[in-house]
Write a protein that binds this ligand. Structure first.
Ligand SMILES: [Zn+2]
Length: 224
């Protein structure tokens, strides 16, 4: 059962990883899809939030990772477009495999054997692109194509695994789970500089913040 963060934003706590449902001015948007066994729970959550599966318009992915794209196959055959950062898009479609020469890439390669490429249209996103009221920010490091999404009118930042919440504050994505932690730190500072202020902040892991989201991220950026 998703938790309402505002009238238009719901948080799916998938036990260890988050997904978000947003009514973006009538365009129903799911952000990330959890692990392969989370698909049915995501669909059930739509009705808990007052919607039906046919209302779903699009899926925004913050990045290609087993715990964020795993539930995609539950939406196969539906008229739902998938959006993902351009560097991660060929991994989602299966056109490319993750590089074995990077510790995180090798881990992804191992887990991707358990994933099926989605049937849906996959649209690659560049920095500055917009989808509905969201603006795309390329924030590489955790993965090369990682993006964050900011909806200024919704006052919402969807942070993926740029950061995670731990003990009531943000921390950078850790080395073990990242392609490049120096790039993560640069992306946190760059995103904090460039993004507009937002209240609600949903990281890929940990508890979302309902207030002062961008301020909390600025506080982390100041320590890096
Ligand atoms: Zn993750």
């Amino acid at each position: 059962m998703p938790t309402a963060l505002t009238d238009d934003i719901w948080w799916y706590d998938l036990r260890g990883v988050n997904a978000t449902l947003v009514d973006d001015d009538g365009a129903l948007t799911l952000v990330d899809t959890g692990l392969p066994w989370h698909g049915n729970g995501l669909i059930a959550g739509l009705s808990d939030a007052g919607y039906e599966l046919r209302d779903l318009d699009r899926i925004l992915l913050t990045h290609f990772d087993f715990d964020h794209v795993g539930g995609l196959s539950a939406f196969d055959g539906l008229d739902v477009t998938i959006y993902v950062g351009e560097r991660d898009a060929p991994l989602v479609t299966g056109e490319q495999a993750s590089p074995l020469g990077n510790h995180k890439g090798a881990f992804q390669r191992f887990l991707s054997a358990l994933l099926d490429a989605p049937d849906n249209e996959v649209v690659p996103l560049a920095d500055g692109d917009t989808i509905g009221s969201f603006t795309v920010y390329h924030t590489p490091g955790h993965t090369p194509g990682h993006v964050c999404y900011v909806g200024e009118e919704l006052s919402l930042g969807l942070l993926g695994d740029l950061v995670r919440e731990d003990s009531g504050r943000f921390e950078p994505s850790p080395w073990l789970m990242s392609y490049d932690t120096d790039a993560v730190a640069r992306s946190i500072s760059d995103f904090a500089d460039r993004s507009p202020a937002f209240e609600v902040a949903v990281p890929g892991h940990g508890v979302p913040f309902e207030k002062s989201g961008s301020e909390r991220l600025d506080r982390l950026a100041a320590t890096l």
